[in-house]
Design a protein around this ligand. Structure first.
Ligand SMILES: [Zn+2]
Length: 304
C-alpha cells in the first residue's frame, strides 16, 4: 500500500526521512472563480481535490512502497471569468510562485510535484507551463499539471478522450461547453452533489455569442492560418476567439454550455478519464521522465 501523508502534518525531521526516489508530492492549483448561479466559487478546486483523492486511492492499491505527500491546495489562478467573485492572479505571479515552490522542493531532494487542476484560463495554463519548463531545465524537478493535456483533448475532441468518456462534442468541456456548462456541472454532481444549486435544471443553454471586435479579427487570422496548413495554431486561435467572443459580450453570461443537461454519470465518466490519464503521466514520472505537454496557445507564451 502506498502511504498518503500531509505536508502540513509532518515535522521537518519526518519530512527529511522520506525516501526521495519513492516520494511524490501532490497539490491542487486553481482559482476562486464565478461559475454561474448554480456552482460555487471554489468549483475548480473542489473538482481537482476529488480527482486527486481518486488518483491517491488508485496509487494506494497499485504502487506499494510509494509515498505521496499532499501539499495544501494552491488556490491561485490566472484568467478567471472577469466578474465580481472571481479572484485574479496575474500569470507572472502564478508562474513565479509555482517555480519558487518547485525550486524549494527540489533543494530538499524531491523530484516531482503533480498538480491537480480544472481551470482552462489561457494564461493560467501558459504560466504553469512556463514554471514547469524552468523547474525541469534548472533543477530536473518535474512540476506536472496533467490537466493541461486533458483540457487540450477536451477542446480538440481528441479521439482517445472521446472514447474514454463516451461523451459527445458540446458536452465534454469543449468550446461550446467551456465553463460551468454540462461538463463542469456534471463533474460537481459526481464529486460534490450537495454543492450544486437545484436551479441548474432550469438554466437556459448559453451559447458562444457572435464574434465581434478582437474575437472576429482573431477568428479571421485563424481561418488564414488554417488555409496555410497551420492547423494546430489555427484551432488554438479559434479557441481563443471563442473565449473572447464570450467574455467580451456585455453583460457576460456567467456560464457557457447547458447546465440543465448535466448528470452525475457524465461527471463520473470525465473523472474516470482524468484519473486514467493522470495515472499514465505519473507512471512516466516514476520512470524519471517529465511528460510536459504544451498548452493551447503555447506560441503566445510571451503573454504569460
Ligand atoms: Zn471551472
Amino acid at each position: 500500500m502506498a502511504r498518503i501523508l500531509k505536508y502540513m502534518d509532518l515535522t521537518y525531521k519526518e519530512l527529511s526521512q522520506l525516501p526521495r526516489d519513492k516520494t511524490l508530492l501532490f497539490s491542487v492549483v486553481g482559482p476562486l472563480e464565478v461559475h454561474g448561479p448554480h456552482l460555487p466559487l471554489g468549483t475548480d478546486v473542489m473538482i481537482a481535490l476529488e480527482a486527486m483523492k481518486r488518483v491517491e486511492e488508485r496509487l494506494a492499491e497499485e504502487k506499494p512502497g510509494l509515498t505521496i505527500v499532499e501539499l495544501p491546495p494552491i488556490v491561485l489562478g490566472s484568467d478567471p471569468l472577469p466578474l465580481p467573485g472571481s479572484i485574479e492572479i496575474s500569470s507572472k505571479h502564478l508562474s513565479g510562485a509555482l517555480y519558487d515552490m518547485a525550486a524549494s522542493l527540489a533543494k530538499q531532494g524531491f523530484r516531482a510535484l503533480i498538480l491537480f487542476d480544472n481551470h482552462g484560463g489561457p494564461r493560467h495554463q501558459l504560466a504553469i507551463y512556463k514554471a514547469s519548463r524552468k523547474a525541469w531545465k534548472k533543477h530536473r524537478f518535474c512540476l506536472l499539471d496533467p490537466f493541461i493535456t486533458l483540457f487540450k483533448m477536451m477542446v480538440k475532441h481528441h479521439p482517445r478522450l472521446m472514447e474514454l468518456t463516451g461523451l459527445p462534442p458540446g458536452r465534454c468541456g469543449d468550446d461550446p461547453d467551456m465553463h460551468a456548462g454540462t461538463n463542469e456541472t456534471s463533474l460537481v454532481l459526481a464529486s460534490h452533489p450537495d454543492k450544486v444549486r437545484p436551479i441548474y435544471r432550469e438554466l437556459k443553454p448559453s451559447r458562444i455569442p457572435p464574434h465581434r471586435g478582437s474575437a472576429k479579427l482573431i477568428l479571421r487570422i485563424a481561418g488564414l492560418l488554417d488555409r496555410l496548413g497551420l492547423k494546430e495554431a489555427a484551432s488554438d486561435l479559434a479557441h481563443l476567439a471563442n473565449t473572447l467572443a464570450w467574455v467580451n459580450t456585455k453583460p457576460i453570461t456567467p456560464y457557457l454550455g447547458s447546465p440543465a443537461q448535466a448528470t452525475g454519470e457524465a461527471g463520473e465518466k470525465m473523472l474516470k478519464a482524468a484519473v486514467q490519464l493522470t495515472l499514465e503521466a505519473i507512471s512516466q514520472v516514476l520512470e524519471g521522465e517529465c511528460p510536459l505537454d504544451k498548452p493551447l496557445l503555447s506560441f503566445l507564451s510571451f503573454l504569460a
